[in-house]
Design a protein around this ligand. Structure first.
Ligand code: UDP
Length: 338
């Protein structure tokens, strides 16, 4: 029997890529999204890539428990991958209650649905400014520096506690993402930032296409080789595949603990300047950029030790940064109709 996976927030950047990979791996998928931060572009792209016109799509808000109950009675759902959340760090500082209400209540509603397998999309942000790099899953979490980051930590704790209290009825997986970038090789789905992008790669592609005048590189006086910050940029398709391996482990009864935690990264640090240079080189263009003051809240250097995911999930990041940056540019060109 085919298993069914609910992807909450499945019309967004990560959710749409995960939906494609789940379908490719033979799962049935139900996509649910309140469309608060996206349109149907990516969902339409998912249908084209998979050749599946029949993927169920439910427009709903996970903060609405009645809607959550209806969803779970309509479909027989074996596992949930939960993405539906607000994600703008700056906005979360300005409007903390909006973030705490939305991100926490929606997740608790999912847990209350009684679904026995829940995967939560966490973030490397829980490690803060790490004392040692690369970070393993055992590296200490640091106090969050924004309400957004705090919702990730609180949801991690909620899942851990709920699994513990469930007496084996609930299994949980926390995937801690590093910096997801790029787009599907078809260029039919990708990141669709609203307004001015906060993240580096969408800002780069929008500058290259002329939507933004100039990229500011935030800080070139960090204690790194070229003075710019180091991050672990993980290809979006590689990241999406990690979810398939994780869901399979849950559904096949392979988990060794009630709640497992995995870093999803490449293990390869790349500086902002290296990324910009690689983007120029692989796409054969010049980017208008300047050095600007540091951005508040940025950590100097963080990258993953992905050994645990490699060994336990059997997953490994495969795509090169170069190929990923080509895909990001192809997506921007696709959006521009070029
Ligand atoms: N960054 C930058 N210019 C931008 C956006 C980001 O120099 O317009 C830098 C940022 O300072 C950080 C890196 O790019 O060192 C990655 O930032 P991003 O916001 O993409 O992800 P984060 O690591 O903050 O989650």
């Amino acid at each position: 029997m085919k298993k069914t996976v609910l992807v909450s927030g499945g019309a967004g950047f990560i959710g749409s890529h995960v939906t494609v990979e789940l379908i490719a791996a033979g799962y049935d998928v139900v996509v649910a999204d309140n469309m608060s931060n996206c349109d149907l572009t990516c969902f339409e792209g998912v249908k084209k890539i998979t050749g599946r016109e029949d993927i169920p799509f439910v427009k709903m808000d996970f903060c609405d428990m009645d809607a959550v109950r209806r969803l779970f009675s309509q479909y027989s759902i074996d596992a949930v991958i939960h993405f539906a959340a607000f994600k703008a760090v700056g906005e979360s500082v300005a409007e903390p209650l909006k973030y705490y209400k939305n991100n926490l209540i929606s997740f608790m509603n999912i847990l209350e649905s009684g679904c026995p397998n829940v995967l939560f999309s966490s973030s490397a942000t829980v490690y803060g400014e790490p004392e040692q790099v690369p970070v393993t899953e055992q590296s200490p979490r640091q106090p969050a520096t924004s309400p957004y980051g705090n919702t990730k930590q609180i949801c991690e704790d909620i899942l851990q506690d709920t699994v513990k209290a469930s007496g084996g009825a609930l299994r949980g997986i926390l995937l801690r993402y590093f910096n997801p970038i790029g787009a599907h090789p078809s260029a039919l789905i990708g990141e669709l930032p609203r307004g001015v992008p906060n993240n580096l790669v969408p800002f780069i592609t929008q500058t290259a296409i002329g939507k933004r005048e100039c990229l500011s590189i935030f800080g070139n006086d960090y204690p790194t080789a070229d003075g710019t910050c180091l991050r672990d940029y993980i290809d979006i398709v590689d990241l999406a595949k990690a979810h398939v391996y994780a869901v399979r482990r849950m559904l096949d009864g392979k988990m060794e603990q009630g709640c497992e935690v995995y870093n999803v990264g490449t293990g390869r640090p790349v500086s902002v300047l290296e990324l910009v240079n690689a983007f120029e080189k692989v796409n054969n263009l010049k980017l208008n950029y300047k050095f600007a003051p540091r951005r508040a809240g940025d950590v100097t250097a963080i990258w993953a030790d992905p050994t645990l995911a490699n060994e336990k999930l059997g997953w490994k990041a495969e795509r090169s940064v170069e190929d990923t940056l080509k895909s990001a540019w192809a997506w921007e060109l696709h959006l521009a109709g070029k």
